[in-house]
Design a protein. Structure first.
Length: 493
């Protein structure tokens, strides 16, 4: 299986190369040249197996230059009961006869990013080994919260890798900050950057383009790499849980094989929902993929009108991982829907970077709407939804999941629907408590853990329960122009 660039399909690589490079040199994203098919018979067989077996099945169809042993090793190292609390890596929670919640937050950092970032480091080291790379990878991450911690946990003490996380001094929750600054491991480095997420991200982009620093790094035996969802190695593990959720419905007798289902996905960078589309292209019976946004509803507008326009106000919401205006992975979807039309995609992306807006033609819009529906939830509805699911089902959800549940209600259909739940309520205790009892004093997040436990009847995950008392290892704050020096200091080059 070869991977081609969305901006020039003459550029083609093996999966090892695509994962190692992260992004194509022309700025395009790697995308499989063709899609393997899965039969109903295979789905039935998979439904009798556990998550790890399902993962091996799906991944081996895409990572065709990895040996069976290599894939086994990656899967067995990533999805352990130790890291995910049980062998049920992505459990499905039944709400009623029409709606199910797929809980993707049982990993070590309590957000769905673990589903991919627990396995990506193993893909990357395997790929480096297979391609004869003799340098150590340095993973640079600018994070608005969840990705940073998930990358630190995933890469922690993985041989031949280092991970450096920059997070904004303004904007992450107290729980998120403490998760990062108390990180252990010999190859992990963290610093706050004074400013907001944009300052942080701009700083990291500059570093990726800094030739002088790259040269110093090379001389020191290092090479930069990236762990965000433009990397195919982060997207492909997410295809697995769409299959796994369907198989769980099958084995529980909730559906018969071939019966279509809907998925509702709380969306930011469009990576998660795109993985659902990949599953559908492989033959998973999916009726609709429903894209759920918060008040930053640029994707809702795009799916409904065909116009992508970033010239609008950016809102900071209680579902921060969905606060995003440029959803990188949309590029891959448009490439696929347009029949791999690289010229067209290049021109859309050029318009986007020059004018901040592009629009697709009527035919492409119709194709898009035949596969996707979209909706959004504002802040007050998000709180009301948290309250509603607590009162009606005794089920406590985080604000990202609440956005998706509300959009589900706007799109109920005859098909059974799986709503993706992307964070543990313990990660956003202030919003959760505010939704359920508006009078709660939310000044001290740590005090709210006990409230969340009383409401949900579920204890705090061990990794969060003792977090308050953990020692701070990385107390520093640097300014944007000091980021490169901070890297030199961390790596001692
Ligand atoms: C990253 C994230 C999302 C958005 O996922 P995308 O793949 O970027 O669309 C949603 N919810 C949570 C909690 C996240 O961390």
């Amino acid at each position: 299986m070869r991977y081609i660039s969305t901006r020039n399909k003459q550029i083609s690589f093996s999966s090892c190369e695509a994962i190692k490079q992260g992004i194509s040199t022309d700025g395009g994203l790697f995308w499989p040249e063709e899609f393997p098919k899965v039969s109903f018979e295979e789905l039935t067989q998979l439904s009798a197996k556990d998550y790890r077996a399902r993962a091996k099945f799906v991944l081996s169809k895409f990572l065709t230059d990895f040996s069976e042993d290599e894939i086994d090793h990656c899967v067995e190292s990533a999805y352990t009961s130790e890291k995910f609390g049980s062998d049920d890596i992505a459990p499905l929670h039944k709400l009623n006869d029409n709606a199910y919640v797929l809980e993707l937050w049982h990993g070590p950092t309590c957000a769905f990013k673990d589903m991919a970032l627990q396995i990506l480091p193993h893909f990357l080291t395997t790929a480096m080994h297979k391609t004869g790379e003799d340098k150590q990878a340095v993973i640079l991450v600018a994070t608005s919260g969840d990705t940073g911690k998930a990358a630190l946990e995933g890469f922690c003490d993985v041989e031949n890798t280092n991970v450096i996380v920059f997070f904004p001094s303004e904007g992450v929750s107290e729980v998120q900050r403490k998760q990062m600054v108390s990180q252990g491991g010999k190859n992990t480095f963290v610093t706050a950057v004074s400013g907001n997420f944009d300052d942080c991200q701009t700083g990291v982009k500059k570093i990726f383009a800094d030739q002088k620093l790259q040269k110093e790094l090379m001389d020191g035996g290092y090479v930069f790499s990236s762990a965000n969802s433009i990397n195919w190695g982060r997207l492909v593990p997410q295809v697995v849980y769409y299959f796994s959720a369907y198989c769980d419905l099958l084995s529980a007798g909730e559906i018969t094989v071939g019966e279509p289902v809907n998925f509702v996905v709380p969306t930011g960078n469009f990576g998660d929902i795109l993985a659902g589309y990949v599953a559908k292209m492989m033959g998973l019976p999916v009726h609709q993929l429903i894209c759920a946004s918060n008040k930053n509803n640029i994707l809702t507008d795009f799916i409904n009108t065909g116009v992508y326009d970033v010239n609008r106000t950016f809102f900071t919401t209680m579902s921060p991982s969905m606060d995003i205006l440029v959803s990188s992975n949309l590029e891959r979807l448009l490439f696929a829907l347009s029949g791999n039309d690289d010229k067209r995609i290049s021109s859309y992306m050029k318009e986007l970077s020059e004018k901040g807006v592009y629009s697709i033609d009527e035919a492409l819009l119709q194709l898009l709407q035949s596969q996707f529906a979209a909706g959004y939830t504002d802040e007050s509805q998000t709180l009301k939804t948290i309250e509603k699911y607590y009162k009606e089902y005794g089920y406590v959800v985080d604000p990202h999941t609440a956005v998706a549940l509300n959009v589900y209600e706007q799109n109920t259909s005859e098909y059974k629907t799986i709503v993706l739940s992307t964070a543990s309520p313990y990660k956003f205790p202030a919003s959760v408590c505010k939704g359920i009892s508006p009078k709660t004093d939310t000044a001290d997040e740590w005090k709210l853990f006990e409230t969340v436990r009383e409401l949900s009847g579920i204890s705090a995950p061990a990794s969060l329960a003792d977090l308050k008392e953990k020692a701070v290892r990385f107390g520093g704050v640097c300014k944007v122009p000091e980021m490169a020096d901070q890297i030199r200091e961390f790596l001692k080059i």
